[in-house]
Design a protein around this ligand. Sequence first.
Ligand SMILES: Cc1cc2nc3c(=O)[nH]c(=O)nc-3n(C[C@H](O)[C@H](O)[C@H](O)COP(=O)(O)OP(=O)(O)OC[C@H]3O[C@@H](n4cnc5c(N)ncnc54)[C@H](O)[C@@H]3O)c2cc1C
Length: 446
Amino acid sequence: MSVVAAPPWSDGAAARAVHAPLDGDTTADVVVVGAGATGLWTAYYLLEADPALDVLLLEAGTVGSGTSGSTAFGCSAAFPVGPDALARDHGPDDVRALRAALRDTVVEVGGVSAAEEIDCGFTFGGHVTLARSARQAAHLHARAAQALRWEDELHVLDQAGVTAHVRSPQVVAGAWTPDAARLAPARLVHGLARVVGQRGVRLAEGTRALRVSPRAVVTDHGTVRCRHVVRATGASGPGPVAAPVAAVQVPAIATQPLPAATWREIGLARGESFGVAGHVAVHGHRTSDGRLVVTCRAAARAGDTGHRGRLPHAHERLRRTLVDLFPVLADHAVTHAWTTPLGVTRDGYASVGLDRTTGVAWSGGHDHDGVGLANLAGRTLADLLTGVDSPLTGLPWVGHRSPGWPSGLRHLGARATIRGGSWVDRVEERTERAGRVIAALGRDRG
Ligand SMILES: Cc1cc2nc3c(=O)[nH]c(=O)nc-3n(C[C@H](O)[C@H](O)[C@H](O)COP(=O)(O)OP(=O)(O)OC[C@H]3O[C@@H](n4cnc5c(N)ncnc54)[C@H](O)[C@@H]3O)c2cc1C
C-alpha cells in the first residue's frame, strides 16, 4: 500500500483556495496576517467585541495551509514554559492566573465550536501520560506535586489505572489530566473561516504580506492602510512580517482505520490523547474515523520549508515506536506520513502583545501548544486592540519579547533544543539515571 505524504484529513477541500486574492490597494480597521488558528480566532473575537469593525484577513497560501491544518491532535491547557520557570520570571500570582486562563481556554474552544456548529469532533477526553521506566514514573510524581501547587489537576495512576485508559505492555505507571480535548484542528480552522466570513471579515487567500509598517501592510497584491496589524504568521519567520521564531519540521504518521477488536486491545475509548513521559514526548490520539495518529517533536528536522512530504527515516522510527507501544499494530498499515512546521522561540516563550506606538500586534512562539494558545491569543488581542483592560491583558505572556536567534544558527539551535531531550529520554530508559545535560537544553516545560 502506498503511503500518502499528507494528513488523512487533508484530502479534498482543505488545499483549495475559496477566497480570491486581494484586488489592489484598500483600507481596513484591522489587518490580520495569517489565516491559521491564531489569525482566525483573532478575527472571530474582534467581531465579537465590535461587529462594526472592518477586519481583513490576509493569507499567503490557503486557510489552514500553515501548521494549523496539519496539526495532529487537540487542545490542551499547556504552555511552552513550565509554571515553576514562569514563576521565577513573573511571580506566583501571575502564573496561577495564566494556568486558570489556559484551563478555561479548553472549555471555551469546545463552547464556541458547539455554539457556532463547527463540526471539529471536539471531545473532552483528557490526556494520559505513560511512564515506561521508574525514572519517568518519578518525573510524573514530581509533575503531579507541581501541578497541585498551580491548581492544575494531574492524577498519578498505577499500572491498573493506566490500563483503564490505554493498554501498552511496557508501561509501569501514568498520569491523567482532564484539561485536554481531542479535536480536528483542520476542521476547526475551516469552520472558523466560514463563521468569520459570514460575519463580514474579508478573507484574501494567495496574498503574501511583504512588509508590515505602522498603519500599513504591503502585499504582493496591493497595499492596505489600517489602524492595526496583527502578525499571526506561525512558524514563518523571521523577517519583516513574522515573529523571531525558528521553524522545525515535525514528522507524524497515521494508521489505517483500525477494527473494533484492535481498539479493544489499545483502549483510548473516551477520546483521550496520550503521551509518553520524558523531556521530549511522543504524542498520539485516536481520530474520529478510527485511526491512530502519532507524532514526535524530538524527531524534528530543521528548516522552514522543504520537508512537507516524507522523512523516511524519521517516519520509520515513529512507526517502530508505535509498534513498540502497541504490538497489535505490527499487522496494520501506516497509510499517511507527513511533516508539519513548528515555530520555536529562542527562550521557549510564547507571547502575545500590541505595540501601541506602531499599532502592530502579534502572537507567536506557540510551539507544541498552539491550538489552545491560539484561542487565548485571539481573545487577548481583541481586548488589546479594542482597548479593553481585561484580566487577559495582564497575563504574564502579554508583551513578552523573545530574543532573536543568532543569524545562521536558528535552525540548528531550534533542532538541538528539541532533539537533545530525546537523547536524555533514551539514556534514562536504558540506564534509569537522570541526564544532567537536560538542564542545559532548554527550559523546563513541567
Ligand atoms: C506535529 C505537530 C503536532 C502538534 N500538536 C499540537 C497539539 O496537540 N496541541 C496543540 O495545542 N498544538 C499542537 N501543535 C502546535 C499547533 O499546531 C500550532 O502551534 C498552531 O497550529 C499554530 O497556529 P498559528 O495560527 O499560530 O500558525 P499557522 O497555522 O502556521 O498559521 C500561520 C499562517 O500564516 C500564513 N503566513 C505566513 N507568512 C505569511 C505572510 N507573509 N503573508 C500572509 N500569510 C502568511 C501561513 O501560510 C499560515 O497559514 C502541533 C504542531 C505540530 C508540528
